[in-house]
Design a protein around this ligand. Structure first.
Ligand code: NAI
Length: 317
């Protein structure tokens, strides 16, 4: 085989998604997990998901579902997974000691040019690979869940990441159809979670102060802001909502600064407010219906992807 090899460490929710994305771009994917049963489960689910994507017309790349599936193999030997790979994506649970141990093990086998990327949701890259020999080849590549339908990947270098690692990883992400955003330096929560938590903090405060209920906050996002955010961000929204960003500021800066000065401050993520949010959510979506509701969500995510692809194709004509 003459294709470039990708190593995936950990075959849970995120590891199996990465394996599908790389396989669709015809990479030679080797996936390792400490738990053999997880690996078998991952392969069974990847096969089912690829078949479903093929049925929906949403497969990426030019290969059939079966061809993509055949690009993925598994191993129960850690070193086999890393050896010969030009890019390794670590996808083990969010625990710094565990991740550090995995990175140290990969360090001993990876080549000097290999890139070692972590899927971590929040751990700083400078804390994840400070002591390994190849710390200059380390980067965070944080996907969004579910990676197939929400293609954003945050790329976060540490202060000692080699200058070629960011552009190479960015190019790789674009090659597999993901949308990379590069952070110029590391920060807690990266960007996606900082924005997500700032929305949650404001919603939390508004619920706490009796201004709106949980259903109201969810509707403001799903029927209001989220309709636009599905394909454009807040700054482009502002640019279009007036005659450009400058005109938007001329018109609304005083009002925006006034509201911003009253935004809710930090609160403990627990106590009576949590109880109120939990109770309202469980009345609307009982815990026994979560799986059904996830399927509801995934059907909409698939349909949105189809819609975007169709309109992109029409715009390209
Ligand atoms: P998961 O719990 O579904 O899967 C973790 C896998 O790692 C399991 O299959 C487990 O057997 C395996 N594992 C444990 N120790 C191992 C070791 N020493 N060597 C190899 N494999 C080992 O977790 P999930 O959700 O896939 O998360 C993985 C990473 O991705 C975490 O850092 C998480 O924060 C991040 N992430 C998760 C997202 C999510 O929504 N689930 C979204 C974006 C990033």
């Amino acid at each position: 085989m003459n294709r470039e090899k990708i190593g995936i460490i950990g075959s849970g929710l995120i590891g199996r998604s990465w394996s599908m994305l790389f396989a669709a771009a015809d990479f030679d994917v080797e996936m390792y997990d400490i738990d053999e049963k997880q690996l078998q489960g991952a392969m069974a689910e990847v096969r089912t998901q690829l078949a479903e994507l093929e049925r929906l017309g949403l497969l990426r790349g030019k290969l059939s579902a079966e061809q993509q599936f055949s690009n993925i193999r598994t191993t129960s030997e850690f070193e086999d997974c890393v050896r010969g790979a030009f890019y390794v994506q670590e996808c083990v649970p969010e625990n710094i000691e565990l991740k550090n141990a995995v990175h140290t093990r990969a360090d001993a086998v990876m080549s000097d040019t290999c890139i070692l990327a972590s899927s971590t949701s929040a751990l700083l890259p400078s804390r994840l690979a400070a002591d390994i020999k190849h710390k200059n080849r380390f980067i965070v590549a944080h996907p969004t869940n579910p990676p197939f339908y929400a293609p954003l990947v945050e790329l976060v270098p540490s202060p000692w990441t080699d200058s070629d690692v960011v552009p190479s990883t960015k190019a790789l992400m674009e090659k597999i159809g993901q949308v990379p955003v590069v952070l110029k330096k590391e920060i807690e929560g990266f960007v996606l979670n900082r924005i997500q938590y700032s929305i949650m903090r404001e919603g939390w405060g508004l619920i706490k102060d009796g201004i709106v209920d949980v259903d109201g906050i969810d509707k403001v996002m799903s029927a209001g802001l989220g309709r636009r955010y599905a394909f454009m961000g807040p700054f482009e929204t502002a640019h279009l909502n007036a005659d450009g960003m400058k005109n938007y500021a001329d018109r609304y800066a005083t009002m925006i600064e006034g509201v911003m000065s009253t935004l809710k401050s930090n609160d403990r993520f627990g106590g009576p407010v949590l109880e109120q949010i939990r109770t309202e959510l469980e009345a609307r979506i009982p815990l026994c219906d979560l799986q059904e509701r996830r399927q509801w969500r995934d059907r909409r995510l698939a349909a949105l992807t189809q819609l975007n692809q169709r309109i992109d194709a029409e715009d390209a004509k």
